[in-house]
Write a new protein. Structure first.
Length: 132
């Protein structure tokens, strides 16, 4: 069950990517209302993914930060993945507070793509651990 849940959550990140892209496009058009709604959906998906990773780690008796994996031929671990996402989300929050819509658009439309790929690989590595 843990393995399937992790893989499903990894797949859900494709939806987050779509919402992020749509939010970025809406900001580029000046449609802050649509961007806000799309960004809200993306952030809800990220929250779900974070909860799945945390709870899966507890059920497996493993620290998610200790999970090693490769993404794009580069070795990573869960700790770095978590820290990177936290940094990106902090950047989004700061840009939103500053009403810097161009920065928000760049972060969610470009930079967060790296997070999607890394987190999908991270969750698949955790799922592999659950299966073992």
């Amino acid at each position: 069950l843990v393995e399937v849940t992790l893989r499903d959550a990894a797949d859900a990140l494709a939806d987050a990517a779509t919402f992020q892209s749509e939010a970025s496009a809406a900001l580029d058009r000046g449609d802050q209302d649509e961007a806000s709604a799309k960004l809200g959906h993306a952030l809800s998906t990220w929250q779900l993914v974070g909860d799945v990773v945390e709870k899966s780690g507890l059920l497996l008796g493993v620290d998610p930060g200790s999970i090693a994996f490769d993404v794009g031929g580069e070795g990573r671990d869960g700790k770095a993945c978590i820290a990177s996402l936290q940094g990106r989300l902090t950047e989004v929050a700061e840009a939103l507070r500053a009403s810097d819509w161009a920065a928000v658009s760049d972060i969610i439309g470009l930079d967060m793509d790296e997070e999607i790929a890394a987190w999908q690989a991270f969750m698949h590595a955790m799922a592999d651990r659950a299966r073992a």
